[in-house]
Design a protein around this ligand. Structure first.
Ligand SMILES: [Fe+2]
Length: 193
């Protein structure tokens, strides 16, 4: 990956309103601006020329943008259900903002290879998308609860979930990866009877 300063790489900004219409679900203007700033910064730091080429993972070619949108909408549906049936009210702005940014750093974690596939970048191998994404999230001023979701959603970063929203999101994330056939959940069995 060749890192360039944001905006200095010759690429146009991403059209985020079209790419991620779920941004409109964020009520807080500052929070929405922070999510947009993170996406644009990572986009300009990345080597990709088409954001729809960025995969979920090296073994899942599905566009990461579509995965992000699916996780966001799943999380909102889960929030509606636990509100209706349990009276549990989740912070919707946090859910949407965190869902939209937690995997944005896949743009940095992966790059295209010469064979038409993808490979991990040096940052991807040595830090992973959670750690680097969290660092950029802090840089653009996103709240700590959002940064916590970025760090805690990945097994690559040993940070505990810091909110019920983080716990909901990690399950929405796994549900979508399972739908894509890439689930790597390891189940710990307890002998209880
Ligand atoms: Fe992730």
């Amino acid at each position: 990956m060749t890192a360039s300063p944001a905006g200095g790489d010759g690429k146009a900004d991403l059209d985020l309103a079209v790419l991620l219409p779920e941004l409109a679900e964020i009520g807080d203007d500052e929070l929405r601006a922070g999510v947009e700033a993170l996406w644009q910064r990572l986009w300009h730091l990345s080597s990709w020329t088409d954001v729809m080429d960025v995969p979920v993972a090296s073994h899942i070619a599905t566009p990461q943008v579509n995965h992000t949108r699916a996780v966001t909408r799943m999380a909102l549906a889960m929030a509606d259900i636990v509100s209706e049936l349990h009276g549990v009210e989740l912070r919707r702005d946090l859910l949407v903002a965190a869902a939209l940014v937690q995997d944005a750093c896949k743009m940095i974690e992966y790059e295209a290879d010469e064979a038409g596939g993808t490979r991990r970048t040096e940052i991807g191998r040595k830090l992973g998308h959670a750690a680097y994404g969290a660092a950029v999230a802090i840089e653009v001023g996103l709240p700590l609860d959002v940064v916590n979701v970025i760090l805690s959603h990945s097994p690559d970063a040993s940070v505990p979930w810091g909110s019920v929203e983080a716990r909901i999101l990690v399950n929405a994330d796994q549900a979508d990866v399972a739908a894509l056939g890439g689930d790597r959940f390891i189940r710990k069995m307890f002998q209880y009877r």
